[in-house]
Design a protein around this ligand. Structure first.
Ligand SMILES: CSC[C@H]1O[C@H](OP(=O)(O)O)[C@H](O)[C@@H]1O
Length: 367
């Protein structure tokens, strides 16, 4: 999407330097830093430290990591070593394993001499596919927003609530939950987006940064305000992203999503999830029991990063010295709380039948 009139993706290949470059999201929204990802350790650090983050972007990054591995040593052994090294960086977003599996399946049959070029080409394809998938999700989500707008007095904004950042920064471009927002805004539909801060890493600040750069009206709120807003009729639709959705439509997403879904269900507010097909894990059904939830460093919850009045980015401790912290990074929303799944192939019910109807090819392959 555009930053002050200039189009950016969240990562890109610098052909002159023969290296992947990323926006280092650890410093946003206060500082826009582009950095190279030049070694396998750089790739692992970029994913684990959340320099790049968001399920689709993690997958695309891993594909470029496999391309580097093949350029260094295109043997089967190094392919497997790279798969293991990158796959262990973060456990929850299925796109990481999906991308690595796709790369390995495509590269294994090739002569070793062909693998480096093929791996880089495949990484480009995965990145480009993500952009198109998200654009289509936006089109299908736009139709839902347009339906809500049609029932409102002219000019009255459609009021959305979103959790975390499922924006273009969490993907290669467009975002998943934000793609319908951008397309509705560009279509002239009045919007207002309630943006959950999303403790502890405050990805809501990234969403606010994105929406601000695109001119989409929004308000940054505490994670605990959404239920109150819904009780007072101030939310027309909740839309979030996902890091892994099961074959029956259970949705794993940033911690706190489940609580938003409960509040939406209790107040009759539609709760939609933007779901690119690579984020569907066809091998699992019961999300709460089967999806591994990443436990991140306690310091992410005992401390917080921000910018001082002097413009310096710093971190402060918000708890007493030595307070233990608990930091599960995701939770699972059961499909019964999900109104619908917005995929690149259309909107479906959060059910095995709904997903199989849109993706018969994938559902059958997984059997
Ligand atoms: C479009 S997927 C975005 C998804 O990823 C985020 O997690 P993280 O920031 O930890 O990578 C969050 O769950 C978003 O909904």
């Amino acid at each position: 999407m555009k930053i002050d009139g200039t189009h950016y993706r969240s990562l890109w290949w610098n052909a002159e330097k023969d290296v992947l470059e990323i926006i280092d999201q650890r410093w946003l929204p206060h500082d826009f830093r582009v950095v190279p990802v030049a070694t396998m350790q750089d790739f692992a650090d970029a994913i684990y430290q959340m320099r790049v983050r968001g399920a689709p972007l993690i997958g695309a990054t891993a594909a470029y990591g496999m391309a580097l591995a093949m350029a260094e040593n295109s043997s089967d052994a190094n392919m497997d070593a790279a798969w293991t090294f990158l796959e262990k960086t973060r456990p929850t977003a299925i796109n990481l394993r999906w991308a690595l599996d796709r790369c390995r399946a495509a590269l294994r049959p090739l002569p070793e001499s062909d693998r480096a070029a093929a791996a880089l080409q495949l990484a480009h394809e995965i990145a480009d596919e993500d952009v198109e998938i998200n654009r289509r999700i936006g089109e299908h989500g736009l139709a839902l927003i347009r339906d809500i707008a049609a029932k409102k007095p002219a000019g009255e904004p459609v009021r959305l609530l979103t959790h975390c950042n499922a924006g273009w920064l969490a993907t290669v471009d467009w975002g998943t939950a934000t793609s319908p927002m951008y397309q509705a805004h560009d279509a002239g539909i009045a919007l207002h987006v309630w943006v959950d801060e999303t403790r502890p890493r405050n990805q809501g600040a990234l969403t606010s940064w994105e929406l601000g750069k695109h001119g989409v009206p929004h308000t940054y709120i505490t994670d605990n305000a959404g239920g109150h807003l819904m009780q007072h009729g101030m939310v027309d639709m909740v839309i979030t992203g996902t890091d892994r959705t099961t074959r029956r439509g259970d949705v794993c997403n940033k911690i706190g999503t489940y609580l938003k879904a409960l509040a939406a269900h209790d107040n009759g507010v539609p709760f939609y999830v933007a779901l690119p097909s690579p984020t569907i894990d066809w091998t699992v059904s019961g999300g709460v029991a089967e999806i591994p939830i990443e436990e991140r460093d306690a310091q992410e919850i005992t401390h917080i990063q921000g910018v001082t009045e002097a413009g310096e980015i710093g971190t402060v401790r918000v708890t007493p010295e030595g307070t233990p912290g608990g930091n599960p990074a995701f939770d699972v929303t059961p499909n019964r709380l999900v109104t619908g799944l917005i995929t690149e192939r259309g909107v479906c019910a959060a059910s095995e039948e709904g997903l199989a109807a849109l993706f018969p090819d994938f559902a059958q392959a997984a059997e």
